[in-house]
Design a protein around this ligand. Structure first.
Ligand SMILES: [Zn+2]
Length: 319
């Protein structure tokens, strides 16, 4: 057991692992992982929900033991780890692999590295993908390029197996000068105004400049509160490539990732999770501090209650 004294913010930042060695040292036991989890969950300090006591101990089983009333409070209740039978150390390793590997990690690799079943590995990744969504709260701003692309089906230049069926994905890219800044991705049922404008409203700040082609699904962009720049492409892929180079770059990187890391083994109904993970990693590609990314994801795990297996599949279908 270790003392669960109320930490201040510096203590938590001090505890960010900065590289693999620090990660391994810091999270050698389940108890150490739970202690970190507790610091994130009760960043203002532990308060016993039974008696209001402030003096608690983190146990290796993922509870905080209150010294005032002798009761134990679960650390995982209401978080992504709720009811998980997988040791928290494996969860931490999965996160570390997911964020430190340039291309992320596949369920197959996780199965092998953590010595868990394939379904467990796959579910862990899907749950972690849920946690990446909320981390993307601040909307894109400035100038934002938006276009859609089909994933799956015949793709010239994409090596490996194809996805099951075709899926339409809309991509928003915030321009950082002439370069690609942050991105947002959404699997949409169609290219209707409702689908495209819904996406833009959700992830682009009102008043931003939105650059699209002349597809009529984008007709309502101005009325939705944006400066709308329209470049006609007349259905010509060469023109699209010329005038929307940033979204097309992101589209080709995304397709390559799905094809290579996941070998095309992504079902349509789970695609959104993969898109969220991709955007999360992409938007942090220039961050030097992997520990901060790690910390951010743990924070999101705390606030995100995991959905049961059936719901993970269902939710993905709505997207
Ligand atoms: Zn108590």
């Amino acid at each position: 057991m270790s003392s669960a004294k109320n930490p201040d913010k510096e203590d938590i930042e001090e505890a960010f692992p900065r590289n693999l060695m620090e990660f391994v040292d810091r999270f050698a036991t389940d108890e150490a992982c739970w202690e970190y989890f507790r610091m994130v969950r009760w960043s203002q300090g532990f308060i016993c929900p039974c008696c209001g006591g402030l003096d608690g101990w983190t146990t290796a089983r993922g509870t905080v033991y209150c010294r005032e009333c002798d009761r134990q409070t679960s650390l995982s209740a209401g978080t992504i780890l709720h009811n998980s039978r997988t040791e928290i150390r494996k969860w931490f390793m999965a996160i570390w692999l997911m964020i430190t590997q340039k291309t992320g990690v596949s369920a197959k690799t996780l199965q092998r590295e953590l010595r868990v079943g394939y379904k467990t590995a796959w579910l862990m990744l899907q749950k972690l993908r849920q946690a990446t969504v909320r981390a993307e709260r601040s909307p894109l701003s400035g100038t934002v390029e938006v276009d859609e692309t089909y994933i799956g089906g015949e793709e010239p230049g994409v090596v490996g197996r194809q996805l099951v069926g075709k899926a339409l994905v809309v991509i928003a890219v915030e321009l950082d000068g002439k370069k690609v800044g942050r991105i947002r991705l959404r699997h949409v049922p169609d290219a209707s105004g409702a689908s495209l404008l819904g996406f833009i409203s959700d992830c682009v700040q009102k008043g931003a400049k939105v650059h699209t082609d002349d597809w009529n699904g984008y007709n309502g962009v101005r009325a939705a509160g944006y400066v709308h720049r329209v470049t006609p492409v007349q259905g010509d892929p060469q023109r699209a490539l010329k005038f929307f180079p940033h979204v097309h770059l992101v589209a080709s990187l995304l397709k390559r990732w799905l094809g290579a890391t996941h070998q095309g083994r992504v079902h349509k109904e789970h695609l959104q999770g993969y898109l969220d993970e991709y955007a999360f990693r992409f938007n942090r590609r220039r961050s030097m501090h992997v520990g901060k990314i790690f910390h951010r994801l743990i924070e999101q795990m705390v606030v995100h209650k995991a959905l049961p297996y059936a719901d993970i599949v269902k939710v993905a279908k709505i997207n």
